[in-house]
Design a protein around this ligand. Structure first.
Ligand code: GTP
Ligand code: MG
Length: 373
């Protein structure tokens, strides 16, 4: 991958790919473009040439990506925020059972109305008074899809492994996702109520992968649990909170909201509905928002209990009504000061996306022709 902040010359592109400039020029000639050494190439040509030499391009300048400028928060404005946790693991090892137990059971402080809506994320208050936000998106597909879009929403990963099974391919995959994202791991060794369960075998397997658990002298926290009966679940969550304490997670609730779109859809009665996990600031009804190539004014906000709310702060999720389209999971959301600004950036992004789409189709067209010849 070569990262570009501006459109480069033939010479600069050659240097980036570490090939003689004459090869770049002759590649251009072969596709019918005459260029000189110091001629600035357009995006389409750069992509074609890079592709020829086995490189992918990525444009990172603000001009190209239309990033929203974010101000740094000063230390005294920051307050503690709840950790955002994802549960990952092999198929059938108990992800859903664990999340269901946490959602329903006595590990959380009783709140009138319970969690009724599936909105992709929910925040629970534990009986010790502390909060955790769970991302309840299906497995690690969502995790990787969002990471691929540059969104890092998870603070801590729970890797769940069934003690009556082995460390399986998806377990390893989940571990490597967490490691790649630099997200701390807490292991949950599940199904310990089952007759054939052997938690030590799992810990042994982890040790062989260089993930030595704490009770064996390593640095990784792990907890034996039964997601079905609830045994060990509160202890697991306490370990998650310990991990969170070390991360010193903070946010500034007194600023324009920034967050990540978790999911979105078109609802017949309500229009476009997006679930947003706020990472910083406070999102309020009436705010002008920008999310991916979409924008609008927040008409209404709902929490995971289906209740209408006026505002939502850091590490909290809400469904948002009022966008003019459905943004993609992983898109960043920002509250903007003016509607004009939101519209301009959304339009520019849409234009860029269209151009990029056009470029790839045109390139595919060239390939097709090459095949026909
Ligand atoms: P997928 O979403 O399909 O990947 O599975 P999952 O990881 O969400 O697993 P799920 O929670 O659906 O559990 C799979 C099966 O294991 C179900 O039949 C659960 O009832 C069972 N199960 C999960 N946790 C436990 C446990 O602690 N003890 C026992 N005995 N069974 C469990
Ligand atoms: Mg499941």
């Amino acid at each position: 991958i070569i990262k570009l902040t501006e459109f480069v010359t033939a010479n600069e592109l050659a240097t980036m790919m570490n090939v003689p400039v004459i090869q770049v020029i002759s590649t251009c000639m072969s596709i019918g473009i005459m260029v000189s050494i110091n001629q600035r190439l357009d995006a389409e040509t750069i992509d074609l040439v890079a592709d020829e030499f086995g490189f992918k391009t990525e444009y990172t300048s603000a001009e190209v990506s239309e990033a929203v400028a974010e101000e740094e928060d000063s230390e005294e404005d920051l307050v503690e925020r709840a950790p955002i946790v994802t549960v990952m693991g092999h198929v059938d090892h108990g992800k859903t059972s664990l999340l269901d137990h946490i959602r329903n059971a006595n590990v959380i402080a009783g709140e009138a109305g319970g969690i009724t809506q599936h909105i992709g994320a929910y925040n629970v208050r534990l009986k010790n008074g502390r909060h955790i936000t769970f991302l309840d998106t299906p497995g690690h597909e969502a995790f990787t899809a969002m990471r691929a879009r540059g969104a890092q929403v998870t603070d801590i990963a729970i890797i769940i492994i069934a003690a009556d099974d082995d460390i399986m391919p998806q377990t390893k995959e989940a571990i490597s996702h967490a490691v790649a994202a630099n997200v701390p791991i807490v292991f949950a060794i599940n199904k310990i109520d089952k007759p054939g369960a052997n938690p030590d075998k799992i810990k042994e397997g982890l040790a062989q992968m260089n993930f030595l658990v704490e009770e064996w002298g390593g640095k990784y926290q792990s907890q034996d649990i039964s997601a079905k009966k609830g045994d060990g679940v509160f202890e697991l969550l306490e370990k998650v909170l310990l991990e969170a304490d070390m991360l010193e997670l903070k946010a500034n609730p007194n600023r324009n909201a920034a967050g990540t779109v978790i999911e979105s859809s078109l609802d017949k009665g309500r229009g476009y509905v997006a679930t947003v996990l706020v990472s910083n600031g406070t999102l309020r009804q009436g705010d002008i928002i920008l999310a991916g190539t979409n924008y609008g004014r927040v008409k209404a906000l709902f929490n995971e209990r289906g209740q209408r709310i006026k505002e939502v702060g850091p590490s909290q999720a809400a469904t948002v009504l009022g966008l003019n389209g459905a943004p993609q999971a992983g898109d960043q959301l920002h509250s903007m000061n003016t509607e004009q600004e939101a519209r301009e950036i959304a339009t520019k992004r849409e234009q860029l996306a269209r151009e990029q789409g056009l470029r790839t189709t045109r390139r595919r067209g060239l390939d097709d022709i090459a095949h026909e010849i």
